[in-house]
Every structure is written in C-alpha cells, then in structure tokens.
Design a binder for this molecule. Sequence first.
Ligand SMILES: C[S@@+](CC[C@H](N)C(=O)[O-])C[C@H]1O[C@@H](n2cnc3c(N)ncnc32)[C@H](O)[C@@H]1O
Length: 386
Amino acid sequence: MALLMETKLILRKVKDLRCFTAKRNRVKEKWAATRPKYPPTRLALQHMDAVYGAQLGSLWPSVRVALLCERKYGALVNTHSHHDVISELQHHGCADFITSTALQESVQVEGESQSDLRTTSDVSPGLNANIKCFVFPQGDISRFKPARPDANGLLGYYLMDAASVLPCLALDVREGHTVLDLCAAPGGKALAFMQTHGLGFVCLNDSSVSRTMRLRRVLHSYIPKALLSDHRLRISSFDGTMWGQIERGTFDRVLVDVPCTTDRHSVTEEDNNIFSKSRVGERRRLPQLQTELLLAGLEAVCPGGEVLYSTCTLSQQQNQAVVEQAEQLALERHGIQIQVVSLKPLTRNFTNTFHFAPELSVGELVLPHLAANFGPIYMCKLKRLT
Ligand SMILES: C[S@@+](CC[C@H](N)C(=O)[O-])C[C@H]1O[C@@H](n2cnc3c(N)ncnc32)[C@H](O)[C@@H]1O
C-alpha cells in the first residue's frame, strides 16, 4: 500500500514537472524519415573496427578507446608575443617536451669524445627551431586556460594537438629558407614553423576561401603586423594539386598536410563528418587527392629540398600507400627522384611523450593512447634528389 502511494506521488511530481517545462523548451524527436539510421560517427567506428582492427591487430582496442575519449592538447608558445607565458605554464605543472629533449641531446653531445663531436646542425632535425610546446604530464588530463592577448593584441600560446607539432619539427625549417605550406588552414602548423625567425619567404595556401579567411584571422592574433604585411609572406587560395603549373623547383621546404578522414573527429562529431552518406564519394577519392597534392609538393620543392607529408588518420591507404604511389609517379611523370628520410633520429627523442606505431614501411605514426591521448598523426619526410 505504502509503495503504491509512493509511486503515485512520484508520477504526480513528474506530471507537474512536465507542466512547468515551457512547450518551446520540450525536445521534439526528429522525424524518423530525416534521421539517418546509422549516424556518421557509428559508420566511422564500424569502418575503423574492420580496417584498423586488421591493420593494428592487438593494438587496436587500446587505440580505439583513446580515440573515443577527450584528446590532450599542447600549448604552442608564441615567441612573437610579449607575455611571459612560460613561467605561467610551468607554474601550472606543464613542461616543454621539445626543449627538455634538445637539452638532453646537447648534454650528450658535450659528453662525446673529440672525434665524435657533432655540430649543432647535427642535433636531431627540428630541435634547433624556436618551437616550444608545453604539455601536462602523462596521465594528467587538465585543460589549458584560454590564452590572453599582450599589449599588441598577440596571444601567448596556440592550443593544438601536441603531436601536430612533430611534422613541423620534422620539416626542419631554418633561417633563410623559402617555405610552402600547401594546405595551410587554419594555420596551427604554419604558426609552429613561423617561430623560426628570419625565414626567406613563406607561402601559405589553402584551396578553401573560407578556411583561408580563418587562417588570416589566426595569423592576425599571433604574428606581428609588420611581418604580416612583409612581402616575404604570401597567402593564397589555389587548388594545391595545380601548383606545378604555378611554380616548380622553388622551395627549400614544403609542408603537405592533406585533407583526410580526420579519425578522431569522425568517431566523435556528427557535424561535417566525412563518413556521412552524402560524402561517400569524397571519402573514397581522398587517397587520389592526397597523392596529387603530394606530387604537387614534390614538384614545388627544389632539388636537395625536403617535403613533409602528414595526415591525422591511422589509415595505411591514406598514409604509406600515398607516399609509395607518389614516389613512383614523381619519377614516371616528372623524372623526379626522391629518397625517404628516416624520422627515427627525431621520434626516438619523444618516446616519453608520444606512443609511436611499431615499424612502418615508410614514415612514423603517433598512436592515441589513454595515458598520452595525442594523435593520430602520420608523417613522412621526402628529400628531392633530382
Ligand atoms: C588537415 S587540414 C590542414 C591543417 C593545417 N595544416 C593546420 O595545421 O592548421 C587540410 C586542409 O587542406 C585543404 N585542402 C583541401 N583540398 C585542397 C586542395 N586541393 N588544395 C589545397 N588545399 C586543400 C582544406 O581546405 C584543409 O584546410
């Protein structure tokens, strides 16, 4: 009897609550006809279970769980800003994973015998670049506060996946270099390599006009006005695959950070998801677009120069297969010979910060992991020989 009374009371309360909820605030279920049977995130996960399950074997369950959890960010320090963000970030328990590695290396170099002595340029590629990226310790998932502007309106740091800094280190941009970023928007990687001061010429390109506008907004928040209006910086919105018709054999360094299935986004966000039914064709064409962009990058770089190919997918088809295909086509179509440059001397420095996939045929891959939830980021460095 008492139980019946209690149930009636609860039911009345629920009814009262419904009465208090304004009609306009009640959530209406979408019509079954317009709601997809399988949301794109579910289709993405099904696809990845099949493809990455086979590709990564016993590693896939751990990678999968990390992909579905909140990613970890890094704070890329903007050396153009006058804010002392370094002590602020250190005060919050963060450390710069790059500088601490460079210091360890220089101590090792000093400790080597006279005959073994290396010049600073022999230190792992990229560690000379002025790039600093602060991260919270392994397993610590604290979030960064939004960066504040200095007196000139420049923000002290840019938040990005810390693994995205690795392609910029691998690109190994140095003073006086001419650099092309073929797919540059919204500009995180460009900001990272623009921390190297005294660059000869920088060209930032992205075929999407709206994303190029976003790139301009990012640059205005991080780069001094004088540098932005300098004739040594050019921003364009060309189709990168056509670059060979614009310029050939020009740049010392080319970054080809291609559109891909953006795996983390695809399993967590319904909006703008490349696994939605309406984008099947676009998704299937990705490896071809990526190969054409990489080929254009290989044409744009000068003999002796280097191209860095990168993606944020685990897909072998969009990573190693694209590099291998572009290597073959560059020779067949343009007589360009290339050599894959090992990135092991760089990545072996960062095994405390990132989880790398074991031995790939070409390139290096950061695997998401719950204790260090960065990536996925694939990168491969190609040197143009002829
Ligand atoms: C992975 S995002 C680049 C991210 C950027 N590098 C960064 O670090 O912020 C890929 C970009 O390629 C651009 N894109 C797609 N197709 C392109 C093409 N044919 N030529 C040039 N850019 C293209 C997209 O608009 C997108 O902004």
